[in-house]
Design a protein around this ligand. Structure first.
Ligand SMILES: *Cc1c(COP(=O)(O)O)cnc(C)c1O
Length: 406
């Protein structure tokens, strides 16, 4: 992989017409270590967030040895890089053939359910394989309420009363049992975890069976841009959120048992930025060479304001507009699909024009993992970059004028 000091250096040297992902392995290591240091239990990276081998390898180097996986392809991705990493199979609804593979070929012994029929499936397959099911831990996924860019309890999770029944049934059969939840991705209310823990406490007391662990899932927010028109409160920093979480774990007396977290976004977002090119400027609209069917679907569905940094093409001699004035641009994606328009603008200097580049920061989560080949566009170029994405200091989500001058 070619290596550059900054994304700007990469853009000006390569002058790319295709999107280029800028990987920052040292940032990834730093964020993984930081999370591990703040969370008082096992950190299991959620592979679906970004399962690129370069990411998994770097995380293994940073000391991550447990991974949250959901499919045979994810089992294999991790195994290829780390033969002894522990795999937690945290998908509540699984194909029978996948459960069999998990137990037989990958040695997985930790799974999750949110319904009794899933318990029956797992038990049947364990018996058919002659696996002692008392060595297995089955987590019950509890539905939670809260506010996040993505709500996941609409799809998965047992209501508290049902979770009690599932825990008792699992215990009666002889499985080790745990309790887990996933509050949704990019949580927006600081007390989301506290409320989930209160509910978990209620379930634990009613079920009155020994718990082998509590898994608080993912959802920890990454840092993105801020829409100056939105009055949404600013995220508390991760340190503060984790301090609250640790306090709540103690308060509800979950701190004396094995704890797991499954962070994705918060660990990998900052590790990548993306250089895109302005294919055409039409008034206040920018047509770029990436979009919702490639790297930007997460920001589209999650209504996330992406940090965008201007990389002007030095070959453009004459520009219109005020270079000191930051304005919102509507961003249109590369495909011919008419929904391929971002739900949030980029904030950039008024002078941005056809042929310029934009560095989109903090794009490592749910970007390359979700890209498609739709319409023949598939970004797949990578460079390594040394310096972290430069936040700049404009209030409008990282846009900055500094690179204008030289
Ligand atoms: C997606 C997912 C995660 C990771 O979520 P983030 O919001 O990216 O931290 C963790 N656990 C489960 C079960 C998931 O589905």
């Amino acid at each position: 992989m070619e290596r550059f000091a900054t994304a700007r250096d990469a853009a000006l040297k390569l002058r790319p017409d295709v999107p280029v992902y800028c990987f920052r392995p040292h940032v990834l290591r730093e964020d993984a270590k930081n999370f591990k240091a703040l969370f008082p239990g096992t950190t299991a990276y959620a592979v679906k967030t970004n399962g690129e081998p370069m990411v998994i390898r770097t995380l293994v180097e940073a000391g991550i040895d447990v991974f949250d996986v959901a499919s045979p392809a994810e089992f294999q991705t991790v195994r290829d890089i780390s033969p002894d990493a522990e795999l937690l199979y945290m998908h509540p609804v699984k194909a029978q053939s996948d459960i069999r593979l998990a137990l037989e070929r990958y040695g997985i012994r930790v799974l999750v359910v949110d319904h009794e029929d899933e318990i029956a499936k797992i038990l049947r397959i364990a018996r058919a394989l002659d696996i002692d099911h008392t060595t297995m831990t089955v987590f019950v996924r509890l539905a939670t309420k809260g506010h996040a860019a993505y709500e996941l309890s609409k799809k998965f999770g047992a209501a508290p009363g049902h979770a009690v029944e599932l825990l008792q049934r699992l215990h009666g059969i002889g499985f080790k049992t745990g309790l887990c939840f996933h509050v949704g991705s990019q949580v927006e209310e600081p007390d989301t975890y506290e409320r989930a823990l209160a509910s978990a406490d209620w379930v634990r007391n009613r079920a009155a069976v020994p718990l082998a662990g509590l898994d608080v899932g993912g959802g920890f927010p990454a840092e993105y841009g801020h829409d100056p028109k939105s009055r949404a409160p600013k995220q508390p920093p991760l340190e503060e959120l984790m301090a609250n979480l640790r306090g709540a774990l103690e308060y509800w007396e979950f701190d004396d048992q094995p704890l797991v977290a499954e962070p994705g976004r918060v660990i990998v977002a900052r590790a990548f930025s993306l250089i895109v090119r302005v294919l055409l400027r039409k008034g206040r609209r920018l047509y770029i060479n990436d979009g919702i069917w490639a790297s930007l679907s997460d920001s589209w569905t999650g209504k996330i304001t992406l940090p965008a940094r201007f990389i002007p093409d030095p070959n453009i001699r004459r520009r219109n507009g005020d270079p000191e004035k930051i304005v919102p641009f509507k961003v249109c994606g590369a495909t011919c699909d008419s929904v391929d328009i971002l739900t949030r603008p980029f904030y950039l200097p008024e002078t941005v024009d056809t042929g310029d580049w934009i560095e989109i920061g903090h794009i490592g989560a749910y970007s390359m993992a979700l890209r498609t080949r739709f319409n023949g566009f598939y970004p797949d170029s990578f460079v390594e970059v040394d310096q972290p994405f430069d936040a700049g200091d404009a209030p409008e989500g990282f846009a900055s004028l500094e690179t204008m001058a030289d």
